[in-house]
Design a protein. Structure first.
Ligand code: ATR
Length: 291
């Protein structure tokens, strides 16, 4: 039984709605335990009517940091007195630190974590053409990162073409010399894009638990020597990644990005070097229970 008197203080939390079974408390608490940090990280599901009063009371609360997930990644910016440079570009935050004076500073660790996951897997982005599937918030953060890491071209494929077009326009405004195109998420358009692209990043929810039989790409379009990065982490191996692996491509699951974004949050909040291997182990153990 959880004996609250023996627990550290609830200093960090993830907010979102609906929050579902967030992995953030598990990953952060595994790290806090390993680092002997006597703080706890909790899940705080906040309905839309609870969001505003919560954010207004945050500066005077015990909380020192927040992780933010859907649907509040943009709305939280209205309460922040400072925004890190990546937040100014992307327009969304997944992290807030609460200063001693109650000032809220917004950061985005998703983008850098995606870049790190690719880098640590030995994927060099410079001058590469990348096909990004999806045009939502995650796609936006990742596209910025790809261009910051000097990808040669980005093709955004989305079910709703107008969303891909508007993301593409935004990127072209931010990176004047960027080669960015928008295409519909269909076989013909993808087949053409994949004639010259070797790297695919899936940011859509297709294939996410419980819809594990869905796949955003016709697997016949995958070839050996590609890199396929799926930001979904449950299941760890999506249908897309299984097909990529079977074709001899490099298949990167979303678990690393999840751990890296959490590790960076701890660097921001606490200035610590989080124990990434331990966090990953705790996450994979939990995810293996679900499969
Ligand atoms: P996130 O912040 O995780 O990116 P989001 O902004 O809701 O979430 O974006 C979800 C992405 O998954 C979108 O690109 C969405 O496509 P639409 O813009 O057409 O809605 C994509 N997506 C979700 N369900 C999909 C489906 N069944 N088929 C194709 N794309 C889908």
């Amino acid at each position: 039984m959880d004996d609250k008197s023996k627990r550290g203080k609830d200093r960090y939390a993830v907010i979102g709605w609906p929050l579902g079974h967030s992995m953030s408390p598990l990953i952060h608490n595994a790290s806090f335990d390993a680092l002997e940090i006597n703080d706890r990280f909790i899940a705080l599901p906040l309905s839309p009517s609870e969001f505003e009063p919560f954010m207004e009371s945050l500066p005077s609360s015990n909380l020192r940091g927040l992780a933010i997930t859907i649907p509040y990644k943009t709305e939280v910016l209205n309460y922040c007195s400072e925004r890190a440079s990546e937040v100014k570009a992307i327009g969304a935050a997944n992290t807030i630190s609460v200063g001693e004076d109650g000032g809220l500073v917004a950061y985005n660790t998703d983008a850098g974590a995606a870049g790190r996951a690719l880098k640590e897997a030995g994927v060099e982005l410079r001058d590469e053409k990348v096909v990004v599937l999806g045009a939502g918030g995650a796609a936006r953060a990742i596209c910025f990162q790809l261009l910051w890491q000097k990808a040669g071209a980005v093709t955004i494929a989305n079910r709703t073409l107008s969303r891909a077009e508007s993301l593409s326009e935004g990127l072209q405004q931010a990176f004047s010399d960027a080669d960015v195109t928008a295409i519909p998420l269909n076989n013909d358009a993808l087949a053409e894009a994949l004639e010259t692209a070797r790297i695919i990043v899936n940011t859509t929810s297709l294939g996410m638990y419980p819809y594990v039989d869905e796949c955003p790409v016709d697997t016949g379009l995958l070839k050996s020597g590609m890199v396929v990065f799926d930001i979904i982490y449950n299941p760890v191996e999506t249908k897309l990644l299984r097909a990529a692996r079977e074709k001899g491509s490099k298949a990167l699951p979303g678990t690393d990005m999840l751990v890296y974004q959490a590790a960076e949050q701890e660097r921001i909040w606490l200035g610590v070097d989080a124990p990434i291997n331990m966090m990953r182990k705790a996450l994979l153990k939990e995810l293996s229970k679900a499969s």
